[in-house]
Design a protein around this ligand. Structure first.
Ligand code: AMP
Length: 198
């Protein structure tokens, strides 16, 4: 693992621990000599994360759509700022540049980005690990829901297992760097109706 893409809030959130965790994660990424790939903004947790990685001497690549340069305040101090034309292009470039994906606390954008790259791995489009950095139990209701979706047989245990979760940046990076389990054979298990039709 040489690079990690991080999705996180364009806001700081209600509690100071969110900013502290983003900074701790940025430092940990830099300490390991990993390239940080992120959304390129200088606002909210995105800015705190990038600043911490840069302060730790890390390489930081921001990927930002031109139309968001003002709203998310394109970070002028990153090692490389990649300007793209759309949100879709941003996600695709971030996915190409990264060997693993992490979500820190964030809003709808963060969740959308995480779920899209996670579903790409379900479809066999990549085999890169995904993880959640837990901070103050922010993700606990989401994890509870995901586990219930496995119990309800809408998500396979193998696909669920692709998403790790840890509260400590070093522990999460260790989990992501560990050799991945063999990929699930197929993303769709045929149900009885499918078998009858075939
Ligand atoms: P948020 O978690 O809503 O604060 O957003 C975090 C980041 O996700 C910001 O950089 C947003 O621009 C980005 N974002 C929001 N919606 C999308 C989307 N549909 N696809 C990709 N990125 C998005």
């Amino acid at each position: 693992m040489r690079s990690v893409a991080v999705f996180c809030g364009s806001r700081l959130g209600a509690r100071p621990i969110f900013r502290q965790a983003a900074e701790a994660f940025g430092h940990a990424v830099a300490r390991r000599g990993l390239t940080l790939v992120y959304g390129g903004g200088n606002v909210g947790l995105m800015g705190a994360l990038a600043d911490a990685a840069l302060a730790g001497g890390g390489e930081v690549v921001g990927v930002i759509p031109r139309f968001l340069m003002d709203r998310e305040v394109g970070h002028a101090g990153v090692s490389r700022l990649v300007l793209v034309d759309s949100m879709h292009e941003r996600k695709a470039r971030m996915a190409e540049l990264a060997d693993a994906f992490v979500a820190l606390p964030g809003g709808l954008g963060t969740l959308e980005e995480l779920f899209e790259v996670w579903t790409w791995s379900l479809l066999g489009l990549h085999a890169k690990p995904c993880g959640l950095l837990e901070v103050g139990d922010y993700f606990a209701p989401l994890v509870e829901f995901l586990d219930s979706s496995v119990r309800e047989a809408f998500v396979s245990p193998q696909h669920r297992a692709i998403l790790s979760r840890a509260g400590d940046p070093e522990e999460l990076l260790d989990l992501l760097a560990a050799p991945p389990p063999p990929p699930p054979a197929k993303w769709h298990e045929p149900g009885a109706a499918d078998l009858e039709r075939s």
